[in-house]
Design a protein around this ligand. Sequence first.
Ligand code: FES
Ligand SMILES: [Fe+2]
Length: 373
Amino acid sequence: MSSHSVVRNSWYVAGLSKDFPKETLSGHVIAKRPIVIWRTKDGDIAAFDDRCSHKRFPLSKGRLMPDGTLECAYHGLRYDTSGKCVMIPSHPTGPISPQAKVIGFPVKEQDGLVWIWPGDPALAEMREPPRLPEVADDRWESIVVGPMQVPANYLLLIENLLDITHFYPLHDGNIGDVANSRIPIELEEGEVDGNRYVMTVRKTANYVQPPYLVDWFTYETVDRHHTHCMMSPAVTRVVMRVANPGELNDRKGEREYPGTLEATGNERGYVLIHTHTPVDEKNHIWRVIVNCPAHHMSNGDPNKSAAKRVAEMFPEVAAEDEWALEQQQQMFAYPDEGYTEVFLKPDLALRRARKIFVDLLREEQLSKAQAAE
Ligand code: FES
Ligand SMILES: [Fe+2]
C-alpha cells in the first residue's frame, strides 16, 4: 500500500452548487467510482452508480423523464430516485428483478459546494465535509479557477500546496519569492469534524511586500500570517492576512485553524480554497476558489477587485504546478532501486500529510477486512 493510493472514506467536492442546475445529468469519476449526479425537480442532489444494471451503459448519457425517473439511453431501463429500476420497455408487464437497481452515494450540499462520499456508505457519518464559509457568503467575492484535470496523484498536489519552497524557481517571474521560503514554519495539527488536518503557519513582521502583493493588498510593509492547511484529503486552504506593522491581530495563544481574515477592519489578504478530487491513482481534478472580502479593491486598479486581480494570476501559476506534478508523476513509474528521497526542514508538513494518508488507507483496509469476516 502506498500513500499514492486513493482514500475513499472521505467527502470530496463534485462541483459547486451552481454547476448542478435542475434536471441535468452529469457523469463524474470520483475515487475510481463512476457516478451520475443531478439535481432533481425538488432541488435535491441525487448521485448513483453511473453504470446501468443492465449492460453498464453510462446512465449520465441517458435522460430524465417528466415523472423524474432516469432512462438509460441504450435499452431504456428507467430508475427512480432510490436507484430502483421501475420500467423495462421490452417487457412492460413482466416482473422486474430486484437486481435491477443502481447503488446510491451519500451526498451533502454545504457552503455552496456539492460533496460526495465515494467510500463505504455505512461510514459516511463518521466525518463531515470541512467548513468553507467564505464561498457562499456575499461579504466575500469568490472566483473559481478550473476545474483543471491533472495527470498526477492528488497527494502530489497536496504536497505542492503545503510547500512554498518551490516558488523559486518553479514560479520565478510571477509569485516566485525566495525570501518567502526562508520564513520559519510553525506546525499545527488536530482533528475537526472527523478530519485530521495539518497546517503550517508562517509569521513575519515588517515584511516588505513584492509588487504583486502591494497590488493585491495595498500595504507596502506589513505584519503577516500565511497559513497552509490540508483540512482533509479533499481540501487545502491557504490564508494570507496582512496589516500595517503592529496592527495585525495575532490571536496569541489561539489555534490558527481554520484561519480567515476579518471581512471588516483593516486586515487584507485572501483565502484560497484548493479542492483536489481524485479520479484514480494517477489523475485528479483541481479547483482553486479565490476569496477576498468583496469590497477590497486592488491597488493598481481601484476599479478592479482584489479577488479578480488574484484570480488573474492563477492560470499561469497553476499551469506551472500542473507541469511539475505531471513530470513528477511520470517518475513514479520506475522502481526505487537505489533512489532515496531527501527531506528538507520545510518538508515536515508534507510528511505529516503523507502519514495521515497512510493512516486513512490503513483504516479503510481494516474496516474492509472486518466487513468481510
Ligand atoms: S444498458 Fe441500460 S438499458 Fe441496457
Ligand atoms: Fe505552486
